[in-house]
Design a protein around this ligand. Sequence first.
Ligand SMILES: [Zn+2]
Length: 248
Amino acid sequence: MRVITIGRRTIVFAALFTVFSILLAGPLAGTVREAMSPLVGVPIRHGPNGGGMIALTFDDGPDPQNTPYILEVLARYNAKATFFVVGEWVDKHPNYVRDAVQAGHEIASHSYTHRNVAGKSDAQFLQEIQRTEDSVFKAAGVRPNCFRPPYGRVNSRMLKILAAREYTVVLWSLDSLDWKLGSASQIATLVIRDAKPGDIVLMHDGGGPRPRTIKALDTILKQLSAKGFTFVTLDELFRAEAEAGPGE
Ligand SMILES: [Zn+2]
């Protein structure tokens, strides 16, 4: 039931965020963009549409029920992905974070507790960020520089704190609905049908057992690879965007 709750919230918050980000676009454009690189402070939803690259992202892990199997499927297709980890879970299962980094995947931050993050004070939010950084560093010797707010819920205070720490805030362009759909084939069909170059795909390797996600991932990688797509980390996706230059 927890999964369904998360899903409903995701829809509500995604809708709220869209309205909110339109309201914020004006004031933020001046302050944050001037001070930072173009990717810092402003939520990113997709990459460049040239090159046939897709960034698969997995939220809420690491989880021993799912993460090792997701890593296994990714390796089968030589696909790279990004894991938006929850710091609390990193502390419990650091080995999967280390495994992911060793296999060439990217580790990004999804807060330390995942609980009511947008409702916290500035100091508490900063702590969510710092504790996750420390956990990831302790586990795998790397520091995340992308952040995805739980439920996609982000406010201007959070964006400012993230910008000051040079985080890129990353949402998604394609929701696999793996938190909602009843079968692996439904998830796979949705992603294969809707995938476009530059997509950032939302999937989950935590928040409960994810057998459907693991099974769907195999089909997705098989079929989209056959169509010529390649699967890269967010870092690679953004690097390709920077190289493509403005207007691409
Ligand atoms: Zn989440």
